[in-house]
Design a protein around this ligand. Structure first.
Ligand code: IPM
Ligand code: MG
Length: 372
């Protein structure tokens, strides 16, 4: 078979797989207010992961102490999602780790390292796909500038779903971007539902539909279709390039409320937004599906900090924000509010170097505020 024929054959398989994926999308949501036991899986991750997770777990054990005693909440440590283990087994998420994860309802996860190049897929991307965590929810606030943004990033499709499965011909490489009706509809609904339930009046859709006519064209069309079911909410649309500019335009940026984006644009724009808030170390991130959900820091595993002996100065703020989102997700609203309030009030500043506080000192101060 010629290389071209082989490529066409692979493409056919990819299309068939993607059609099958859509067939298997479920939409049965778990109701955590009615669930007898909620199991929270704890995954350390790589680099600074174990250090910031240790602080996050201390806080969780304090906030949920009664429920942990009564076993209505179970904390379950999941081992083995380390870079060494993943490289040895050649698996982005080893099978036994994935099986353990599936016994949990929600996960709190430290950052995992993805080696550049090579074959190993990002553990994050694998987990988002395997657990069908289709909504990446990232809040960014800067109250003193009137900024209160909520990003709803599609988390399972776009450039990511076949990101490790592109095709190479001599002198040429091709990657694929996949956008489905069902995949777009569910993220759009999640964003508009959030807006409706939280008194937001505007959802801004981000695409590059002038260029990516099929995929972004579809994303745009379906989002507007969904928007029609929410007449009280204004839906506007921006191309990704001007949206990137809007976020640094101080005269208009505070008017944005909920932002709805396909996967890759969401990846980029949420880093930009987090930087505006004070750095990627300050933002939390939720990956939500109908059955499972995973909460994590928005930043990476920061091996540089460890190499320079600065691990103790790693900032747990981002993972703690994710923890607050986890508590809200499982309907532990009071605990979530306590943590959010303490995070907002905590006077201790971690800078990631010796000029700031250690993660431990920050968390001590936080726990004191929680205990008030
Ligand atoms: C994020 C990260 C991930 C992504 C990486 C770690 C695969 O940048 O959560 O935004 O690209 O989605
Ligand atoms: Mg990112």
């Amino acid at each position: 078979m010629s290389e071209l024929d082989q490529a066409c054959e692979s493409f056919r398989k990819l299309l068939e797989e993607q059609l099958a994926r859509v067939e298997h999308m479920s939409n049965e949501k778990v109701d955590f207010s009615k669930k007898e036991t909620v199991t929270i899986g704890l995954i350390d991750g790589d680099g600074i992961g174990p250090l910031i997770m240790a602080q996050a777990v201390r806080v969780l054990e304090t906030l949920l102490a009664d429920e942990i005693r009564q076993r209505t909440v179970v904390l379950k440590k999941i081992e083995g999602l380390t870079l060494e283990n993943r490289l040895t087994l050649g698996k982005a998420v080893p099978d036994d780790v994935l099986a353990a994860i599936r016994t949990c309802d929600v996960l709190l996860k430290g950052p995992t390292t993805t080696p550049k190049g090579g074959k190993l897929e990002s553990a994050n991307v694998t987990l988002r796909r395997e657990l069908d965590l289709y909504a990446n929810v990232r809040p960014v606030t800067l109250p003193e500038q009137g900024i209160d943004w909520m990003f709803y990033r599609e988390n399972t499709e776009g450039e990511y779903v076949l990101g490790s499965r592109g095709i190479e011909l001599p002198g040429m490489a091709v990657d694929f971007k996949v956008t489905t009706d069902a995949g777009t509809r569910r993220i759009a609904k999640a964003a508009f539902d959030y807006a409706r339930q939280n008194g937001k009046t505007r959802v801004s859709i981000v695409t590059k539909a002038n260029i990516m006519k099929k995929t972004d064209g579809k994303f745009s069309a379906i989002c507007h279709e969904v928007a029609a079911e929410y007449p009280e909410i204004t839906a506007d649309e921006w191309y990704i390039d001007i949206m990137a500019a809007n976020l640094v335009n101080e005269s208009i940026r505070s008017q944005f409320q909920v932002v709805l984006l396909p996967n890759l644009y969401g990846d980029i724009i949420t880093d930009e937004a987090a930087q505006i808030q004070g750095g990627v170390g300050t933002a939390g991130s939720a990956n939500i599906g109908d059955r499972f959900a995973m909460f994590e820091a928005i930043h990476g595993s920061a091996p540089r900090l460890l190499e320079e002996g600065l691990g103790d100065y790693a900032n747990p703020a981002s993972i703690l924000k994710a923890e607050a989102m986890l508590l809200r997700h499982i309907c532990r609203t009071e605990a979530a509010e306590k943590l959010e309030q303490a995070l907002a009030d905590c006077p201790v500043v971690v800078t990631g170097d010796r000029s700031g506080a250690t993660g431990q000192a920050f968390t001590d101060a936080l726990m004191e505020l929680i205990g008030r």
